[in-house]
Design a protein around this ligand. Structure first.
Ligand SMILES: *[C@@H]1O[C@H](CO)[C@@H](O)[C@H](O)[C@H]1NC(C)=O
Ligand SMILES: *[C@@H]1O[C@H](CO)[C@@H](O)[C@H](O)[C@H]1NC(C)=O
Ligand SMILES: *[C@@H]1O[C@H](CO)[C@@H](O)[C@H](O)[C@H]1NC(C)=O
Ligand SMILES: *[C@@H]1O[C@H](CO)[C@@H](O)[C@H](O)[C@H]1NC(C)=O
Ligand SMILES: *[C@@H]1O[C@H](CO)[C@@H](O)[C@H](O)[C@H]1NC(C)=O
Ligand SMILES: *[C@@H]1O[C@H](CO)[C@@H](O)[C@H](O)[C@H]1NC(C)=O
Length: 907
């Protein structure tokens, strides 16, 4: 409760506000009458000492602690530096008007270290209090006071008694000033005070006053005041509560007779009746204060509770969570620790932060004893301070890692704690430095009188340490708050370690692969902050499109399957029986449309662009390449401009033709036959395209019949010079040559019947069939047929049977052709050829005849509707050919589809 030094009563206060001591503190002073006491409040004093003096008759009497206790003043301060002064209305210096109005004048002098002394602040308050009880007892922190109605005649006058150490006099200054009213012989004189401790101690009024007791007469009352723990008081246990008791008899004398007035007070000692739990304060005051009650007609009329001298209504008490209960033994007051009306005080012990809570509740009792006129008003202002409570400062980490700022809250702390500096691993910064650095250190006051500090440290500040590991960055902040408890300047520290982890910002990414017919695209989502759109080819991936491409999303990735021929893919080139197709995927920022990721995947997909069917039908698929964006596939044709696509759309053209149609040419090669055609734009369109700077479009198509092995069909495409040539793709044409049992051709020899034995000159019936063809528009023609001794069709000797479709004219036993008619076996007669040969033998000499031979044929497949001349004109339709063929070397004639019979034995 403040320090005292010199002769004055100085309160030395240091508050947080004091740190900024530039401004002259403004003292907000207010005063209030509260029954038999008066209260003066000051606003925060800014850490400056306050001297309190009483102004009497225009001179100031400084209040020392002992004078205050003797004269009815008390004073306290809270950690914020607010002072509260209580004065008993009946204090020694009050100007008393008929015990009905009391004027007290205080001079408050603030000692500002940095400025010249100011004029003192004067507080003058007149309190009207007429409703005095017969006895009023006041318990204050530093004194107890009892005031009793005097039964001695009113005209009694009080002699002047000098106040020790001052020139001032006790008593009513008004009377003191009135020299006309001197004490007369007819009046009682207050001579002696008897203290019961409980032994009697008798002293004169002067002696009592010199020992620090207040003894005074007012117009109607006797006032006695004892400092707490005065020697002539004693302690007594009252219903379990330790109380100090003042018991007196004051003797009044008048000439030959004397009278006495008994006056007693009893007040709880500092700890009397107080108990604590962690959260609450309990205060027990005896209901029946025995030392003050002499009869057994005791009746408690009123009990009021208040705080700081001021009564509270039930609603106000409830709002502050105070409670009061009255039973036979005690009045029990419960106050939660931290409740409004009190304050916390901080303490530091061994660098530990501790707090205590202080509150000054008040109880006011009114009771009667023998008759209703003998009332006692009992008022106790009872400061309670809890024991020191451990209150370790709490760190609250309000950091949201994504905001990249550490947000730290330190608190709650008492309001008397100041933050001085913060120590980081690399440096110590004062609060001001911190704010210059951008840490935004703020102090938050809470309504319950606690405070907290907040601070924000960006992750980027050098005091923050970073550690990267496995895509996660851990930021750590180690800091020690340097704190002070005021006004003692007791330093303490609190250390905090904070950590925040942030997944590194990873943008989304794309990867992909190809299988035989599709692109497989996988998009990995980036960290959540990345919002993006996916563009496939040139189109935004809408939900509809995503569904088409079979989007699968597993939370971290999504994947698409895009066929290589999908509209969003681009054909780059046509390669060996494959198409090179490319898919562009880009991930874009939806706001700016800038590219976050660009992904290109090009693959070659095996593709049967052309097919050669056994029946000689050919198909070719022309695709629009990316390099000819203006090409319209529907305008493409084969060599014969009349042969357009059978089907086309904006990317494809599909052609169907045969080896003998649409300008297809044949090429004879040593062991194969090649049908060739080209797909291109008609000349006039081509010119137009070239004027648009587009490259020429020319697709070379070919079918190859392999003579040696299977009847293979090949295809060759040469779209442009700079692009790779296609390899030959192979298909099969099935042509079979079998022997029939007779010229009805109803029964054929089976494979297991070979070798077949025939007599010389016995007719042998051959049939050649284009197998598995249902196309009536193709026909099979025999170009050349011959016999050899061995299975090798090129072996010598050899005998020609059919040359260029006609029977060998020089053969003495000429081949006989048989027409073919539809029957159970024959659906399309054009797919068959039949001929008859007289069995013969090769002879190296007359004796030694060969015993077997083989027959071979070259076969041509023709388009019935587009005969091309040569063998396709019909079997031996033109004798000219025969002559020509005759002229041709035999070795020329071995490049057609080639078939051979099984061995035929000569019997
Ligand atoms: C002075 O104090 C009173 C109560 O104590 C308060 O209501 C008032 O706002 C204060 N005035 C100033 C200027 O601080
Ligand atoms: C009070 O004032 C009166 C006259 O104004 C004066 O005579 C008297 O001495 C003063 N008393 C004190 C104690 O200053
Ligand atoms: C005071 O208020 C603060 C916040 O408003 C709270 O954190 C703290 O616990 C309170 N203190 C007490 C003792 O109630
Ligand atoms: C930081 O403040 C504390 C007070 O709590 C003080 O003891 C300490 O010396 C200060 N440190 C520096 C480096 O100023
Ligand atoms: C999601 O799919 C991707 C690739 O298909 C895979 O790597 C990842 O592990 C999957 N994630 C989950 C959670 O299944
Ligand atoms: C018949 O020819 C075979 C070989 O072709 C030969 O081995 C055999 O000696 C010849 N016979 C006669 C009679 O010349």
């Amino acid at each position: 409760m403040g320090c005292f030094f010199g002769s004055g009563w100085l309160i030395f206060l240091m508050t947080v506000a004091n740190i900024d001591a530039q401004n002259k503190p403004f003292i907000n002073i207010s005063s209030k009458c509260l029954g038999n006491v008066m209260r003066v409040n000051t606003g925060p004093l800014g850490g400056n000492p306050l001297e309190v003096a009483v102004s009497v008759n225009n001179s100031a009497v400084p209040l020392t602690p002992s004078l205050a206790a003797q004269c009815g003043f008390s004073m306290k301060t809270d950690p914020l530096g607010k002072a509260v002064i209580f004065a008993s209305l009946q204090n020694c210096f009050a100007q008393n008007m008929e015990d009905k109005a009391f004027t007290t004048v205080l001079n408050l002098q603030l000692h500002d270290n940095q400025m010249d002394e100011d004029e003192p602040h004067q507080v003058a308050e007149t309190c009207h209090h007429a409703a005095w009880a017969s006895r009023e007892i006041l318990c204050e922190r530093n004194y107890m006071e009892v005031s009793v109605r005097r039964a001695i005649p009113d005209d009694y006058a009080l002699p002047d008694h000098p106040i020790p150490g001052t020139n001032a006099k006790f008593g009513d200054p008004r009377r003191a000033a009135n020299s006309e009213k001197q004490p007369s012989e007819a009046e009682f004189r207050m001579t002696t005070v008897v203290f019961f401790t409980p032994e009697e101690r008798i002293m004169t009024v002067d002696q009592a006053q010199r020992r620090g007791y207040g003894v005074a007469n007012t117009p109607t009352r006797l006032v006695l005041r004892s400092p707490t723990n005065a020697p002539e008081t004693y302690s007594q246990d009252v219903a379990g509560v330790d109380m100090m008791v003042l018991k007196t008899s004051t003797i009044f004398e008048k000439k030959w007779w004397a009278t006495q007035i008994d006056a007693a007070a009893a007040c709880p000692t500092v700890s009397g009746g107080v108990s604590f739990t962690a959260n609450a304060i309990s205060w027990y005051l005896p209901t029946h204060i025995d030392p003050l009650i002499s009869s057994n007609q005791f009746k408690l009329l009123e009990v009021h509770m208040g705080v700081d001298g001021q009564r509270l209504s039930a609603a106000e008490m409830a709002a502050r969570h105070y409670s009061m209960a009255v039973n036979d033994m005690h009045i029990v007051v419960e106050i939660p620790v931290g409740a409004a009306g009190g304050y916390f005080k901080s303490h530091v012990q061994d660098d530990h932060y501790l707090t205590s809570y202080t509150i000054e509740p008040m109880l006011e009792l009114l009771w009667t004893e023998d008759n209703a006129h003998e009332e006692t008003r009992y008022k106790v202002l009872f400061p309670i301070t809890t024991p020191l409570m451990s209150w370790p400062p709490q760190i609250t980490d309000n950091t949201v890692p994504e905001e990249r700022i550490f947000k730290v809250l330190l608190g709650p702390l008492g309001s008397d704690v100041a933050l001085v500096n913060i120590t980081f691993p690399t440096e110590v910064l004062s609060v001001a430095d911190c704010n210059v650095r951008g840490f935004n250190v703020l102090e938050h006051e809470s309504h319950n009188g606690s405070k907290a500090f907040t601070l924000q440290v960006p992750f980027t500040d050098p005091v923050v340490m970073q550690m990267k590991e496995a895509g996660i960055t851990v930021y750590s902040l180690h800091l020690t708050f340097g704190l002070l408890v005021l006004p003692e300047f007791a330093p303490f520290a609190h250390t905090a370690n904070l950590e925040a982890a942030l997944v590194d910002i990873v943008p989304p990414s794309v990867s992909g692969s190809c299988d035989y017919d599709s692109f497989h695209i996988t998009v990995r989502y980036g960290t959540q902050s990345f919002n993006f759109h996916t563009v496939v080819g040139k189109r935004l991936l809408t939900p509809v499109l995503a569904q088409q491409y079979g989007l699968v999303d597993n939370g971290t990735h999504f994947s698409l399957m895009v066929p290589f021929s999908a509209p969003d893919a681009a054909f780059e080139a046509v390669e060996s029986s494959s198409i090179r197709s490319r898919l562009d995927v880009s991930l874009r920022n939806p706001g700016t449309n800038t590219i976050i990721r660009d992904f290109v995947l090009a693959c070659s997909f095996l593709s049967t662009l052309t097919e050669c069917f056994p029946d000689g039908t050919m198909t070719a698929l022309a695709v629009k390449l990316e390099s000819v964006p203006n090409l319209s596939p529907s305008q493409l044709t084969l060599r014969d401009p009349a042969c357009g696509p059978a089907f086309s759309d904006d990317r494809f053209a599909y052609f169907v033709f045969t080896g003998s149609s649409c300008g297809t040419t044949r090429k004879f090669m040593p062991d194969a036959m090649l049908y060739e055609n080209e797909i291109s734009l008609p000349d006039e369109l081509e010119k137009q395209m070239q004027s648009n700077d587009e490259p020429e479009y020319e697709l070379k198509v070919s079918c190859r019949y392999d003579v040696n092995t299977a009847h293979a069909v090949a295809f060759l495409i040469k779209p442009r010079n700079n692009e790779p040539y296609a390899e030959t793709a192979k298909g099969e044409l099935q042509v079979a040559m079998r022997l029939a049992r007779d010229d009805s051709y109803t029964q054929l020899y089976r494979d297991e019947d070979y070798p077949i034995a025939k007599y010389l000159n016995q007719p042998v019936y051959f049939e050649v069939e284009l197998m598995r063809s249902t196309n009536p528009k193709v026909s099979l023609e025999l170009e050349n047929c011959w016999a050899t001794l061995s299975e090798d069709r090129t072996s010598q000797p050899r005998w020609n049977l059919i040359i260029n479709g006609c029977a060998n004219p020089v053969d003495p036993y000429q081949v006989l052709f048989h027409p073919v008619w539809p029957d159970a076996r024959v659906q399309h007669p054009s797919h068959f050829k039949r001929f008859e040969v007289q069995m013969f033998a090769f002879a190296s000499d007359q004796e030694n005849l060969s015993d077997q031979l083989f027959v071979h044929c070259d076969v041509v497949i023709c388009d019935v509707s587009r005969p091309m001349g040569g063998p396709c004109s019909g079997q031996c339709s033109n004798q000219e050919n025969v002559i020509k063929g005759q002229r041709r070397a035999v070795s020329d004639v071995h490049s057609f589809i080639h078939i051979s019979s099984g061995p035929i034995l000569i019997m």
